[in-house]
Design a protein around this ligand. Structure first.
Ligand SMILES: *[C@@H]1O[C@H](CO)[C@@H](O)[C@H](O)[C@H]1NC(C)=O
Length: 332
C-alpha cells in the first residue's frame, strides 16, 4: 500500500518536472528563417533561435532545465512576466548568450544565478531587488554593462565583480543608496572610461576615496541626491571626466580643491543652493579650464541669493513708504 502511494508521488514529480514551465507561453523568436511569433510547445521549437523574447506573459519561475539546448541563443528577453524565482542553473547551458534582459519583473534574489556566465549585458532594471550578495556577479569575464536601476537597493557592494574585469557601466538610478563607499568601483574596467549612474538616490556622503583606482569617467550621474560637498581628494586618481551631473543636490559651493583637481568637460550643477559669490568663482574656473557649464546653472545658479536680495529690496521699499507716511502724519 505504502510503496504504491510512493510510486504515484514519484510519477507525479517526474511528470511535473518534464513539463516545461515554458509550455504554452507566447514568444517572439528570430532564427535563420526570420522572425515570428509562436506559442512554445516544445523546447525544440526554439533550438535554432538566436533571439527569444517573452513579454507580458505569466512566468513566475525559471527551472533548472527550462532553457536547455539553446546553443545559438544570443539574446534572451523575459520582461513583464512576474518572474520571481530563477533556479541557479537556469542560464548555465546558454553558452552563446550575450544579452540578458530580465527587466520589469518581481525578482528579489539573484544569488548564484549569473555567476560564471559569458554574457555582455544584464538588465535587472525594475525588479524588487533590495540586497545582492558579494559574489552575485563573479567570474563573468565578458560582462560590460549591469543595469540595476529602479530597484530597492540600499548599497553599492564593493565586493562585486571578482573575476569580471570588463564592466564599464553600472546603472543604479532610482534606488535607496545613501553613500558611495571607499573604492566603490575598483573592480570595474579601470582602463576604460566608466559610466556610473546614481541618479535619484539618497546619497549624502561620498567617501574621500570613493573613486580610488578610477582613472577615467565618461558619465558620472549624481542628479537628485543629497550631496552637500565634493572635494578634490575624492577625484585624486581621476584624470578625466567627460560629463559630470550633480544637479538637484545640496551643494552650497564647490571646494577650491575640487575645482583645481577635477578635469571635466561638461559640468551640470543646476538647482543647488549655490551662492552668487560661489557661482562667480565657478564661472571663472569654467572659462579658464574650458569647462562647459550647463546653461541653466549660468542663468539660475544663485537663485536663493537673488530672492533674498529681492526680499531685502521689497522690505526696504515698504519701510521707506512707512517712514514717509509717518512723516506726513507728523507734519499734520
Ligand atoms: C533595460 O530595461 C529597461 C526596462 O524594461 C529598459 O527601459 C531599458 O531600455 C533596458 N536596457 C536595454 C539596454 O535594453
Amino acid at each position: 500500500m505504502f510503496t504504491k502511494q510512493l510510486f504515484w508521488v514519484a510519477l507525479l514529480v517526474v511528470s511535473v518536472n518534464s513539463q516545461s514551465v515554458l509550455k504554452g507561453i507566447k514568444a517572439s523568436i528570430k532564427d535563420g528563417s526570420g522572425s515570428r511569433d509562436i506559442v512554445i510547445n516544445d523546447l525544440k521549437d526554439l533550438a535554432e533561435a538566436y533571439e527569444l523574447r517573452i513579454e507580458d506573459q505569466r512566468l513566475p519561475e525559471l527551472t533548472h532545465d527550462c532553457l536547455k539546448n539553446l546553443d545559438r541563443l544570443d539574446t534572451l528577453v523575459i520582461k513583464r512576466c512576474g518572474l520571481q524565482n530563477i533556479h541557479s542553473d537556469a542560464f548555465k547551458s546558454l553558452t552563446s548568450l550575450r544579452i540578458l534582459d530580465l527587466s520589469r519583473n518581481k525578482i528579489e534574489n539573484v544569488d548564484k544565478v549569473f555567476i560564471g556566465l559569458n554574457v555582455w549585458r544584464v538588465n535587472l532594471s525594475m525588479n524588487h531587488l533590495s540586497l545582492i550578495g558579494d559574489d552575485a556577479f563573479d567570474n563573468m569575464p565578458k560582462l560590460r554593462v549591469l543595469e540595476l536601476d529602479n530597484n530597492r537597493l540600499t548599497k553599492i557592494n564593493t565586493n562585486w565583480f571578482k573575476g569580471s574585469p570588463k564592466v564599464f557601466r553600472l546603472q543604479m538610478d532610482n534606488n535607496k543608496i545613501t553613500q558611495i563607499p571607499k573604492a566603490a568601483f575598483k573592480r570595474m574596467d579601470t582602463e576604460a572610461a566608466l559610466d556610473i549612474w546614481l541618479m535619484d538616490n539618497r546619497i549624502e556622503k561620498i567617501h574621500t576615496m570613493a573613486f580610488e583606482g578610477v582613472k577615467k569617467l565618461d558619465t558620472l550621474w549624481l542628479t537628485n541626491n543629497k550631496i552637500s560637498s565634493i572635494t578634490g581628494e575624492m577625484f585624486e586618481d581621476v584624470v578625466k571626466i567627460r560629463s559630470f551631473y550633480i544637479d538637484r543636490n545640496a551643494l552650497r559651493c564647490i571646494d577650491d580643491s575640487a575645482l583645481t583637481h577635477i578635469a571635466v568637460e561638461q559640468f551640470s550643477i543646476d538647482r543647488n543652493p549655490i551662492s552668487c559669490e560661489c557661482l562667480r568663482v565657478i564661472k571663472k574656473w569654467a572659462k579658464k579650464s574650458d569647462v562647459e557649464l550647463s546653461s541653466a546653472s549660468i542663468g539660475l545658479g544663485c537663485l536663493r541669493d537673488r530672492i533674498e536680495e529681492l526680499f531685502e529690496k521689497q522690505k526696504q521699499f515698504y519701510e521707506d513708504q512707512l517712514d514717509r507716511a509717518e512723516r506726513r502724519e507728523d507734519i499734520k
